[in-house]
Write a protein that binds this ligand. Structure first.
Ligand code: SF4
Length: 342
């Protein structure tokens, strides 16, 4: 069991950003390390995924937020109350305004279900956000949730994650998956003075008394909690146009022969290379992972999770004393293998 080569989306994406990032994430000391305080995009993504997990259950959506209390409090503590309000608003608005539209066209088949498949000695661990069946023609569709600052739905055409997951869904169900759809969730943007511009955090009140979400002459900026009825009412009253901009859905991404063929084969080779590096003496392993410094700073000015670690020798000697913790496996198979090792 422990000789299996396991991979998943986060380690593939880390490797594609920078081989050294992959080393820190999964290879360092045979376990991998992650920042002790999660970065904003990661924490936000986790909260939203947890909120969306309750989509089909009988759990009333009002209670969903209660279940997220702890994560929302961490978000507020680390990144400020605006971010907490935005995450809460996105989950509420999705449940109240977007989910009914989705359920009009699709039946839910699975939510965040573990689907593993093996190819060339490598096991791919996948957990699609959602798998749905189109009510119109019965075909399977894989919707994938993505938070975004600037929407560009063409970027997903060449993203291996969607093609890998479609492959995993096909293997698990024995049915072809017709397409993947990206369901966007807007994170807004930071304006002057670091104020978060997001229609679920601040809105503008016209002098006429009408509530609109863009700045107009004579408007006054108000937090959504000041709206009569607060956030719960605001997500119901906000216009459909604003909802559409906050929750855009991509064109269908159809399975691609290139992405699931040549690009997938290259991925297999890379995972086999990393498995071979794992068998080298521990002291030498990091030398087998190259750096891609153009990715040290990411979109929006975010630093790579390992920015200081790559640069400071004292951090490398004792990363657990410098803001890192051991990585916890997220998939069932890897959890089982880790327990066996211990
Ligand atoms: S800081 Fe730069 S070199 Fe280091 S892991 Fe991140 S992207 Fe790679």
């Amino acid at each position: 069991m422990n000789n299996l080569i396991l991979t998943d989306r986060s380690r593939i994406e880390a490797d594609q950003q920078c081989h050294m990032e992959r080393y820190w994430l999964t290879e360092y000391a045979g376990r991998g390390i992650v920042p002790s305080a999660p970065a904003l995009p990661l924490l936000l993504g986790t909260i939203i995924h947890h909120g969306l997990q309750h989509m089909r259950s009988d759990h009333p959506w009002e209670h969903v937020i209660k279940d997220l209390d702890e994560e929302l409090a961490t978000l507020s503590l680390l990144w400020g109350p605006d971010q907490e309000l935005m995450a809460e608003g996105l989950v509420k608005a999705f449940h109240k305004r977007v989910l009914p539209m989705l359920l009009h066209d699709y039946d839910i088949v699975a939510i965040e279900q573990e689907l593993d498949f093996e190819a060339g000695g490598v096991i791919f661990q996948c957990r699609p956000d959602l798998l749905v069946r189109d009510k119109r023609d019965g075909s399977l569709i894989y919707p994938d949730f993505k938070t975004f600052t600037k929407w560009d739905d063409r970027q997903w055409d060449c993203s291996l994650q969607q093609h890998l997951t479609m492959k995993a869904c096909e293997q698990a169900t024995g049915e072809p998956v017709r397409a993947c759809l990206i369901q966007g969730l807007s994170k807004g943007y930071k304006g002057k003075g670091g104020v978060l511009h997001h229609p679920l955090v601040y809105f503008y009140q016209c002098t006429s008394g009408q509530y609109v979400t863009r700045k107009v002459a004579g408007s006054k900026k108000l937090c959504v909690t000041d709206y009569p009825g607060g956030m719960d009412r605001w997500v119901q009253d906000i216009s459909g146009d604003v909802i559409a901009k906050m929750f855009p859905r991509s064109q269908p991404i159809f399975p691609s022969e290139f992405m699931q063929g040549r690009a997938f084969d290259d991925l297999l080779k890379r995972e086999q290379e990393i498995a071979a590096a794992r068998r080298k003496p521990a002291k030498l392993q990091h030398l087998l992972f190259s750096t891609q410094t153009k990715n040290c700073l990411r979109y929006g000015g975010y630093k790579c999770n390992y920015f200081d670690l790559c640069r400071k020798a004292e951090h490398q000697t004792a990363p657990l004393d410098h803001g890192y913790k051991w990585r916890e496996p997220h998939h069932a198979l890897e959890q089982q293998m880790t327990q066996e090792k211990e």
